[in-house]
Design a binder for this molecule. Structure first.
Ligand SMILES: Nc1ncnc2c1ncn2[C@@H]1O[C@H](COP(=O)(O)OP(=O)(O)OP(=O)(O)O)[C@@H](O)[C@H]1O
Length: 401
């Protein structure tokens, strides 16, 4: 279970001083350690069948409409699940309900089958890293990490051993005597994570822990967090509004909208098979085509958009919306047959050249083509024909269920 994280060059973080990244520290009672050596990561192997953290029918309102509305979510032991959604959709409230800082109006929270809905935060054996709570500014990194264990009156030698173990894991041994203001944002982040893990929590709750860091460091740290969680086998609920982070980190992603979970699935399921228009638009770039179902495709005034056989409907004439991702639309020079249009915009995106194509109806679609060269000689104003890939199209619901 023990090990070190991928090597990091601490100096790289020196320039990224950003606002404090922090820990709430009410996770402070370590689980019973009589049957095992003190301070080891001791989580059993993942059990694919049972829910380790269960959120059952949870609702919450603050003197108004529900901000969390009948949410049900099960996490398997060791699973990494992300709550992803726009600002104000209820992610933080849900996380705080799990943590015990907010009491739900309805529903229950269970950890390993135990109902903790009415258990105080300090007794839930959960670790937190929240964005909006600072490391103690007058305590060193060592004292911050040790805080939970000091409060729990653990023996000094055990505390020292645990802090060393965590410092090794996060490669912050050289920083332990520094105060938060002497650490970069990335370094503070790692101190915060070490602090959250000090009491060997069963569940780790992370609320936008990297939002204050710049993009390059976020990418580096997110692979660290994932590696660490995998190594420790700790059940993790992560909150973000950053879709790329959610897709990169998670075993499963729950898309939240107005207090509800609109869809939950693996990153690939969410991207390739979004159930609703909202999810399709929220994740990645999308072309949403509205038309009438035909036995052989989707009829629009711009032409017929092809659908895979499995999606064709016998319910001809029914209004329907299909999603085509930009990478699944081929564009060919020349106004030939099928769906045709005119290139309106061209944007270089590194790996791709993103073409904005206006169709005769006025609908605009985007298509990504490899950018290395432009052998087709695409140019603004050029007439083109548009060839969507039927096999990758997805029918999406227009409204929430
Ligand atoms: N203590 C509170 N009292 C009243 N309303 C609150 C309280 N906390 C949150 N809210 C409201 O509940 C809704 C959900 O807030 P929440 O912080 O859970 O959203 P979020 O999805 O985490 O947003 P963000 O990404 O901006 O943090 C918001 O409309 C917010 O204003």
């Amino acid at each position: 279970m023990h090990g070190t994280l991928p090597s990091l060059d601490h100096d790289e973080f020196g320039s990224s001083r950003s606002k404090l990244i922090n820990v709430i520290d009410s996770h402070l009672s370590a689980p019973d350690s009589r049957e095992k050596p003190a301070f080891t990561f001791s989580h059993p192997a993942p059990d694919a069948r049972s829910a380790h953290l269960a959120i059952a029918g949870v609702s919450k309102s603050y003197n108004g409409p529900a901000v969390v509305n009948d949410v049900a979510l099960d996490l398997k032991r060791g699973e990494f699940v992300t709550l992803l959604g726009d600002s104000g959709c209820g992610k933080t409230t849900l996380l705080r309900i799990v943590a015990g800082f907010v009491h739900p109006d309805k529903g229950r929270v269970l950890v390993a089958g135990q109902d903790v809905t009415h258990t105080p935060p300090a007794q839930r054996h959960m670790g937190f890293v929240f964005q909006s709570y600072a490391l103690f500014p007058t305590k060193t990194a060592r004292q911050n990490i040790a805080f939970a264990l000091t409060i729990a009156a653990k023996p000094r030698a055990d505390i020292a051993a645990r802090v060393s173990e965590l410092a090794r894991l996060f490669e912050i041994e050289a920083l332990l005597e520094r105060y938060p203001h002497e650490l970069s944002g990335g370094q503070q982040q790692r101190v915060a994570l070490a602090r959250a893990l000090a009491a060997d929590p069963q569940v780790l709750l992370l609320d936008e822990p990297m939002s204050a860091l710049d993009a390059r460091i976020r990418i580096k740290l997110r692979s660290e967090i994932r590696a660490l969680v995998d190594r420790l086998g700790i059940t993790t609920l992560y909150v973000t509004h950053d879709q790329e982070e959610a897709l990169a980190l998670s075993d499963r992603v729950a898309i939240m909208r107005q207090g509800r979970i609109e869809q939950i699935g693996t990153p690939a399921e969410i991207y390739h098979r979004p159930a609703t228009r909202f999810v399709a638009q929220f994740i990645g770039s999308s072309n949403l085509i509205k038309g009438r179902a035909l036995s052989y495709g989707l009829e629009t005034t711009d032409g017929v958009w092809p659908l895979a056989d499995r999606m064709k409907t016998s319910d001809a004439g029914r209004p329907m919306t299909a999603l085509y991702r930009p990478e699944h639309i081929e564009v060919l020079p020349g106004d030939t047959k099928g769906i045709t249009g005119r290139i309106e915009t061209m944007t270089f995106l590194g790996a791709h050249l993103r073409l904005g194509v206006a169709l005769p109806s006025g609908q605009r679609i985007i298509a990504d083509r490899p950018s290395l060269e432009n052998p087709q000689g695409f140019a603004i104003g050029m007439p083109v024909s548009v060839r969507p890939d039927a096999g990758t199209a997805v029918i999406v619901r227009d409204d929430m269920p």
